[in-house]
Design a protein around this ligand. Structure first.
Ligand code: BT5
Length: 330
């Protein structure tokens, strides 16, 4: 109901009468008025004239909430069921619980979005830091018919989609640090955490995506290695539009992937985006530190490392630090 009333207010640049709103939405007068009141409580500036006509003043730079995201969404199924939170512990924790509890329903494409998280998760038990009114925190539930082992490739494919969306939206050069750090100008602007829910076989993949969008600065300990889209473009960006673009790119690449369930059609694009290939690296693998050079990536999504002691290792996980121009590993 709310979404429909919002749609007609948002697409009208002039006052629209209560009767027109009733006619267009097919809702009762009470329901339309209730929706207008809810939108006002959400912070929208809706003015009313003496003829009981309404106008939504579009005087805000960006608004990140369920109705706004829905307004821009162009997907067929991804994000069509979307749970939005102003604050949550972790969208991935919620999504995992949601997938387990709604096991038998069709939950393909269900998306959990939050403005802020209190316990954002990174990979390997690390923390993902977010701030109010600045970040995108998204978790997506998908159930491709693949094995748990193939989740790595899937993960890489999603990072291509995220790069495409950010590049098209900002015009910035966006890269990937394998497996899925999103990098702009050598700094991390986003990260992806893919988790699996298994019951003998793979049931669901939870894809958690975090992006620093409108942050003016990052916490002290991240400053050197992290950035935001606002820092890079100098502009406040509309997170609702960016999020809907990301969902659209993921839907498109997911449908393409399902045709062959192979990384092959995407490998060239991934290689172009991937900063690790051909670079000297320091790899933290379990408790070992290994130095070498990344030769290539294979169709399994594994990085091929030639160690300084001339051994070939196929990396499926682990921390791969790149060597910068000063010879430091980042
Ligand atoms: C990641 O882990 O990069 C995956 C991050 C996924 C976050 C999303 S948000 C929505 C969903 N819900 C969740 O709870 N999580 C997902 P990793 O590669 O382990 O990187 C974590 C490391 O990045 C930390 O140890 C910090 O060094 C750094 N870091 C933390 N917050 C950051 C930020 N906002 N921007 C850049 N770097 C950050």
């Amino acid at each position: 109901m709310l979404k429909k009333v919002f749609y007609y207010l948002k697409t009208n640049t002039d006052f629209i009468s209560i009767n027109q709103l009733i006619q267009k939405t097919n809702f009762s007068k009470v329901d339309v008025l209730q929706s207008i009141s809810t939108l006002k409580n959400m912070g929208y500036n809706i003015i009313e004239n003496s003829n009981q006509e309404y106008l939504l003043l579009q005087d805000y730079e960006e608004n990140f909430n369920q109705v706004e995201i829905d307004f821009y969404l162009k997907t067929n199924f991804i994000g069509r069921k979307l749970e939005f939170f102003d604050i949550i512990d972790s969208t991935n924790i919620f999504a995992k619980k949601f997938a387990e509890e709604n096991n038998n329903d069709n939950i393909e494409g269900v998306s959990i979005v939050a403005d802020n998280q209190t316990r954002g998760k990174g990979r390997l038990g690390r923390t993902w830091i977010t701030q109010k009114n600045t970040n995108i925190s998204l978790s997506l539930i998908l159930s491709p018919k693949i094995s748990t082992f193939d989740a790595l490739k899937f993960n890489l494919i999603v990072s291509i989609a995220v790069c495409r969306a950010i590049k098209n939206f900002t015009n910035l050069k966006v890269n990937i640090k394998w497996p899925n750090d999103i990098i702009i100008n050598g700094k991390k602007v986003g990260g992806i955490l893919t988790e699996t829910v298994t019951q003998q076989e793979l049931k669901y993949i939870i894809i958690g995506i975090g992006i620093n969008v409108n942050n003016d600065f990052l916490p002290e300990d991240l400053k050197e290695k992290a950035t935001s889209l606002k820092i890079q473009t100098g502009k406040i960006l509309n997170r609702s539009i960016l999020l809907s673009n990301i969902l659209l790119e993921i839907e498109s690449i997911y449908c393409e992937y399902k045709k062959s369930l192979s990384f092959e059609p995407f490998i060239d694009e991934y290689k172009k985006l991937c900063l690790n290939i051909g670079k000297e690296v320091k790899v933290k693998l379990n408790n070992d530190i290994i130095y070498g050079k990344i030769l290539d990536i294979n169709t399994k999504g594994e990085l091929i490392l030639l160690t300084n002691s001339n051994k070939k290792i196929y990396l499926t996980s682990g921390e791969v630090s790149l060597r910068n121009l000063n010879g430091e590993y980042i």
